[in-house]
Design a protein around this ligand. Sequence first.
Ligand SMILES: Nc1nc2c(ncn2[C@@H]2O[C@H](COP(=O)(O)OP(=O)(O)O)[C@@H](O)[C@H]2O)c(=O)[nH]1
Ligand SMILES: [Mg+2]
Length: 292
Amino acid sequence: MNHRSGFVNIMGNPNVGKSTLMNVLVGEKLSVTTPKAQTTRHRIMGILTGEGYQIVYSDTPGILNPKYRLQSAMMRSVESALDDADLILYVTDVVESISKNEEHLNRILSSAVPKIIVINKIDLSNQAELEKLVETWSALAPGIPVLPVSAIKKFNTDLLLREVINSLPEGPPYFPEDQLTDRYERFFVTEIIRGKIFETYQKEIPYSVEVEIESYTEEPELNRISAVIYVARDSQKGIIIGHKGSMLKRVGTAARKDMEEFLGKKVFLEMYVRVAREWRDNPRMLKKFGYL
Ligand SMILES: Nc1nc2c(ncn2[C@@H]2O[C@H](COP(=O)(O)OP(=O)(O)O)[C@@H](O)[C@H]2O)c(=O)[nH]1
Ligand SMILES: [Mg+2]
């Protein structure tokens, strides 16, 4: 068989498990996954090269109706994912309502790009419920394959991989075979911190935070990383830091551990908190953070 390659964009509503699924399909933890919606803000590529194929996955932010300029920028990256795909994995799960964001769903379903509908989280369902759900999706999207999986339990994910390969056009690899992603270490380091912030703080806080790496020095024994946590309001600064710095310390320790695992190297991590008032609506700041 000839070599197959292509761009596979993972789309769907927030929190259905898009990032978890991409990490499983690629076999690396590239994309931050948390129980909270809207963790993923950028498009992130995950490249899987195997015998006779190369798949370039893109994990995208979940579909939403924008409230901030930040979210409009996130939605533009979703839109662009519709244009440049050889295959779309439309991810849904066993709990979300099919009619959620119906308009976007219809746009995706009616686009000319080949698609696979992936019903994730089947570990939370039972056989009878699942059969009904598969039937409903098959009726809604005639001719489009519907595949139930569990990203967390890695159930049916090998089958999904086969389906993806078979759906790709013939073509040469786009990236060197050892390349895993289009992003640099710095990006993953900021994402690790953002992920820990999502896990540590409640309510609006994680959504008000952006992380920037101020300096990144690679020394033989360790990487020295200095990061700034930006918040949108003065009052949020104290919350991030916590009593005598306790919260920030917790974030730092957890983030450093993950970084060391990811980089296979010791890390010295410093973090500062700064206020960038209402940055989510500030075009200059959005540009600085790479959204515009
Ligand atoms: N039970 C179950 N939970 C899952 C599965 N896949 C993802 N999740 C959880 O769903 C939540 C959202 O996952 P995430 O990948 O961040 O979703 P995204 O917003 O679509 O990227 C996280 O808490 C995941 O652990 C699955 O197969 N089964
Ligand atoms: Mg995500």
